[in-house]
Each structure stands twice: as C-alpha cells, then as structure tokens.
Design a protein around this ligand. Structure first.
Ligand code: PMP
Ligand code: GLU
Length: 398
C-alpha cells in the first residue's frame, strides 16, 4: 500500500530523549540490567495529596469536557502561584492550560511563527524546540554556548544573532540539558539587548523553576522592559513529579493566550479533567514536597559531579538546577575498544549502553556535538553504580 507521510512530518526527527529511553527499556525487557540516565523525569512518585485530589475528582464526576484553556479554578490557582512565587500579575484569561509544557511550547510557536520567521535558540537546547520551529516552518537560529561559558549565551552573542526577521527568542533556565541557571544580572544583560528590539517575543521555558540550587529564581516576565512580550511556559511535570499527568500552561499577553486557545480548540480541546484537578491540588496544597525533592536533587547533583570529576578525560561544570549533567567527552573520540571505534558522542552513548549498560543521550540531540547528557533523577545507588560503569567502560578505550 502506498504511504503518504507529509513533508512536515518527514522533516521532523523523532525525540531522541524518548527514543533512548525506549531502547533502554527494551534492553531491560530482555533481562539486561540497564541503568537509565537518558530520560529526564523525576523518579519520585506523585505526592499522595495530589493523587487523592484526582481520585476525588473522579468520584465527583469531573469527567466532562473542560473549558478549552482549562478549569477557571486551576487558572486562578496558577495566577495565585505566579503572584505569590514570582510577584507577577496575570488574569486567568492570560493563562492557557495544555497537555504538558511540551504542548504549551508548541502551541505558542505554532501560534506566532510564520514560515521564514527566525527563532533564536541558545544551544545546547532541549531536543524539541528546533523540531517545533520546523513544524511551524520557521528558521532556527542556533547560538552555541559551550562548557567554557557555563553553557550561557552572552548579550553580544544574542545581539549578533538578531536580524530583521527575528520573531522570537527562546530561553530555558534552569536549562535542560545543562542545568545552567542564568543569574538575575545575566538575565538583565540579555534583557538590555532585547529592550532595543520591541518586536521580538520572548518564550521563557521555566519548567525547572523549582529544581534550582542557587536559592533564587527570576522569571523573565519580571523585567518591565519585556514583560508585555514575554510568554512563560511552566507546568507540574518536574516540580511535583507529575510527568504522566500531562499538565502544563502558558502565562502570556492576552493576544497570545487567545491565539493558542483558538489553536487548542481545534486540536486537542481542554486538557484532561482529572489531571487538571490534580494540578490544582499541586498548586494550592502544601509545597513541602517540592522542597523535599529539590533537596534530594541537590544531593544527587553533588554526588554525580564529584564522581564525574574522578573520571579522566571528561569535563563537567557544576549544574545549578534541573537534574542533568552535560559532560564534554571529545577526548575519547578516535579511541577504540576491540573493533568498536568512537568517532563522536553518538558512538560514545551507544558504547556506554552496550558495554556499560548505562543509557545516556548524545549531546548532538541538543545541538551541541562533543557532549553527552546524563539525567541524575535516579537513586543515589543507581548514580554510584552508573558512574562506576561509565568509568570502567571509558577505561577500556585506548
Ligand atoms: N521543557 C523542557 C526544557 C523539558 O525538559 C521538558 C521535558 N519534560 C518539557 C519542556 C516538557 O515538559 P512536559 O512534561 O510538561 O510536557
Ligand atoms: N524533557 C525530558 C527529557 O528531556 C522528557 C522527555 C521529552 O519529553 O523529551 O528527557
């Protein structure tokens, strides 16, 4: 039978984070003891009070279609969160809830990017951004920031990337895949550049807001120079260990919220009713669980960094947030073990999986060759064992 895959879908790459995780699960199903450091999701269970709220929602028949942008009660809870935690004023009409931050990001990109519009993305960047821009037929303008600059772009780099066609800049802090966090001063210096270009929208992916080891978080929407053209993306996946519930949101200028609402009305409708009630409980209930998980991630960060620093030939920064380490591994390129030659980070990630039984992700998936990404959202024991396996596998390369 003939196949007719659209050019649009043919041009996309599959998500490599999800693909590597799938591969590691397949090996596990074959009885191989793989430690999965590929996918980025908290290993904690969703807190009990959130699960109870979902059960109650089912019993109370929160089972019908919801308003397209989400229940008003949830949008009010999000508006309160933005006020109390971030000092920001948003009306519920400016908030659109979707099936995860991934959909929220894609909604925005599809709603404001025309074919040929340029989107500036500092790299390394999360795998899905460039694919979403491709989906919108926009043009990705990648601005690389290597480990030497702690994976953060400078104001000069940002300004150099701006052209008359620049429509949007996408910033993710704390960052996936590097864990880098821009300080308030660093954000201010980027804002100073953006202040000169009033037509550029700012898409601020704040999904790792609460997994932050610096003691403070600044939302890009809190800078008055760009507040009226900044779109916040956030959600419950990371802070509340709720990846499977699929709830994310945008807080945006009204015209962006209305546009994404229209798109969502034709595409997915409102997000899951039960998951929305669970998210509402997450935002209105005790926040102690968020802090407990943050503390655990910080301890694991310290552990993984200290173990990585003992491995010869790899360079690491000290991530200040999220739960990723992004080591530079190019000193292993050209080396081999038996007839296996390591030419690049993809070969190295495959070698670590096959030889060491540790799943990681090739840095190229995040648009920066020469690196791999490790997610340390796993137990301390797994981290210790995984780093030992990585060290042993690397020691066999010569
Ligand atoms: N942004 C970043 C930077 C991410 O790492 C992820 C991955 N989960 C998302 C957005 C999407 O999150 P969600 O599970 O809410 O779709
Ligand atoms: N964001 C996570 C990651 O980077 C989850 C997988 C995905 O959505 O790509 O691993």
């Amino acid at each position: 039978m003939a196949t007719h895959i659209s050019d649009r879908v043919q041009s996309l790459s599959p998500s490599q984070t999800l693909a590597m995780s799938q591969k590691s699960n397949e090996l596990k199903a074959q009885g191989i003891d793989v430690i999965n450091l590929s996918v980025g999701e908290p290993d904690f269970n969703t807190p009990d009070h959130i699960k109870e709220a979902a059960k109650k929602a089912i019993d109370e028949n929160y089972t019908f279609y919801t308003a397209v942008p989400g229940y008003l009660s949830l949008r009010k809870a999000i508006a309160d969160k933005l006020k109390n935690e971030n000092g920001l004023d948003y009306a519920p009409e400016q908030i659109v809830v979707s099936g995860g931050a991934k959909q929220s990001l894609c909604n925005v990109i599809l709603s404001v990017i025309n074919p040929g519009d340029e989107v500036i993305i500092p790299t390394p960047a999360w795998v899905s951004y460039v694919e979403m821009v491709k989906l919108a037929e926009g043009k990705n303008v990648l601005v690389p920031a290597s480990i030497e600059q702690d994976f953060k772009v400078t104001p000069q780099q940002l300004e150099d990337a701006i052209t008359p066609k620049t429509r949007m800049v996408l910033i993710c802090s704390p960052s996936n895949p590097t864990g880098s966090v821009y300080t308030k001063e660093e954000l201010q210096s980027l804002v100073n550049v953006l202040a000169k270009y009033p037509d550029i929208l700012v898409l601020s992916d704040e999904i790792y807001e609460h997994i932050n080891f610096t003691g403070s978080f600044t939302s890009l929407a809190s800078f008055p120079e760009i507040a009226d053209r900044t779109i916040i993306v956030n959600g419950v996946s990371k802070a509340y260990a709720m990846t499977g519930w699929r709830i994310g949101f945008i807080a945006a200028p009204l015209w962006v919220a209305k546009a994404t609402n229209k798109l969502q009305s034709q595409y997915t409708s409102g997000a899951s009713s039960v998951a929305q009630k669970a998210a509402e409980a997450a935002y209105t209930g005790s926040q102690a669980c968020v802090e407990e998980m943050r503390v655990a991630f910080q301890r694991r960060r310290d552990l993984v960094v200290s173990l990585a620093r003992e491995i010869p030939g790899i360079k690491v920064n000290e991530p200040q947030g999220a739960f990723y380490l992004f080591p530079e591994v190019s000193s292993y390129f050209g080396k081999k073990c038996g007839d296996k030659v390591i030419n690049n980070a993809a070969d190295l990630a495959m070698y670590l999986l096959e030889e060491g039984h540790v799943a990681t992700v090739d840095g190229e998936a995040f648009c920066l060759p020469g690196y791999i990404r490790l997610s340390y959202a796993t137990s301390d024991d797994n981290i210790r064992e995984a780093m030992k396996r990585i060290a042993d596998a690397l020691a066999k390369l010569s």
